[in-house]
Design a protein around this ligand. Sequence first.
Ligand code: MF3
Ligand code: CO
Ligand code: CO
Length: 263
Amino acid sequence: MNVPIKTSDEIEKMREAGRQAALVLEMLTPHVQAGTSTGKLDRLCYDFIVNELGSTPAPLDYHGFPKSICTSINHVVCHGIPDDAKKLKKGDIMNIDITVKTSDGYHGDSSMMFIVGETIQGERLCRVTQECLYQSIAAVKPGARLSDLARVIETHAEANGYSVVRDFCGHGIGAGFHEDPQILHYNGYAPEADIELAAGMCFTIEPMINVGDYRTKVLRDGWTAVTKDKSLSAQWEHTLLVTATGVEVLTARADEDLSFLDG
Ligand code: MF3
Ligand code: CO
Ligand code: CO
């Protein structure tokens, strides 16, 4: 496996890509409301990424994906396709996944959950899934193994009665949208794939956690992945850089409390 180590010049470009992905999610947040369509959110992102940031939405035309962002509501696990006819309702939970490709050619990939109105089950799932992401980020440092990250996620999800999706994973990222290594969120590594982290690696962690069973299926549109048992699913994603002493969250949002990483 060829896991790229970024040069300091590439790291600067990754920082900019990550910053831009975070800006898109911040821009979008006030627009996520009951009655808004996912098609409208997609157009807001396209316009912002192209006209304000001077970058490209990486999902658009990626292996034929038809839109600029992924919008995954309730039992949709990932890769939901924005649609003008799909309006948000109170009680929905939704993941929005943004990937920006800068004019320098580097990618920033991040996703977060939005809770529309009130849902006790949904809020708990979203919180525990974010904790899975944060606890695994805290385990990133040179010398840690990929399986260490997976174990943290699986342990926390299962302690809360949830399951970890196996059919989709995180990934290395840089000039390529999806680079080596694969980042599994459950303990499924072949020994040779369970590499040690080293400073200069960039990758995403993006756990998908289900209230019910971990199994998924893809709908006939060829993209939308849903839970087989129709249970709720949540996901949070950041793009990360392994530093000499730990980790830098390249897609951190301005309002996000990452103080758990200090000391
Ligand atoms: N952003 C997703 C990820 O986290 C990938 C979306 S690919 C698309 O890797 F084609 F569905 F957009
Ligand atoms: Co990703
Ligand atoms: Co993503």
